[in-house]
Design a protein around this ligand. Structure first.
Ligand code: 3PG
Length: 206
């Protein structure tokens, strides 16, 4: 699957932080059962890679990505663990090289028009607007669509179930990202019914 197909497969990409490795598989199962197959497991906790490995092995319906890619060495490690795409909060020359070397399709983060131009020059046309709400939200996306009509965004950062429709209505938005599908309290409580209900609601956004 290429990045465009992945972005179009789901209205919302849950941004996941795993504090307890035992949560990874039941959480992923709950999301998939709710209709959300594209998952972004971040490397911001020490269980990130192990969670990716476990989900890749045990929840094959998931389209599994690795998030918070900030170091070049993380790309190959995440690919080897089973991730099929990557997300980074920004883009540097080293990250571009690591993405190419690993073969992992990358959704890089941008926040300004100049960063969009730099990402486009590096060959990236599907971008994460991050952090989306502080960057200007829907107003920013609409404003950028005029001069930069050939890029598609996954805005992430500050979006909720309630505000997602405004973002999804933008012509340059393919999907949104957010952590609201996997709140730490629900994971800590092993509340997989709760996660599934949030996923069902999110899947219904489109
Ligand atoms: C992130 O990478 O932390 C995402 O932007 C999630 O943001 P949110 O918690 O505001 O959804």
């Amino acid at each position: 699957m290429n990045l465009l197909e992945i972005m179009r497969a789901s209205p919302v990409i849950p941004v996941i932080a795993i504090d307890d490795i035992r949560h990874a598989v039941p959480m992923a199962q709950a999301l998939v059962e709710g209709g959300i197959r594209v998952l972004e497991v971040t490397l911001r906790t020490r269980h990130g890679l192990a969670a990716i490995r476990a989900i890749a092995e045990q929840v094959p319906q998931a389209i599994l990505g690795v998030g918070t890619l900030t170091r070049p060495e993380d790309f190959a490690a995440a690919r080897d663990a089973g991730a099929v795409f990557g997300v980074s909060p920004g883009l540097t020359r080293d990250l571009v090289q690591a993405a190419r070397a690993s073969g992992l399709p990358l959704l890089p983060g941008v926040m300004t028009p100049s960063e969009v131009l730099a990402a486009r020059e590096a060959g990236f046309f599907q971008l994460k607007l991050f952090p989306a709400v502080p960057a200007g939200g829907v107003g920013m996306l609409n404003a950028i669509a005029g001069p930069l009509p050939d890029v598609l965004f996954c805005p992430t950062g500050g979006i909720s179930q309630e505000t997602a429709p405004q973002f999804l209505a933008c012509k340059n938005v393919a999907c949104v990202g957010g952590s609201w599908l996997t709140p730490r309290e629900l994971l800590a409580a092993n509340d997989w019914e709760g996660v599934r209900a949030l996923a069902t609601a999110a899947a219904g956004l489109r």
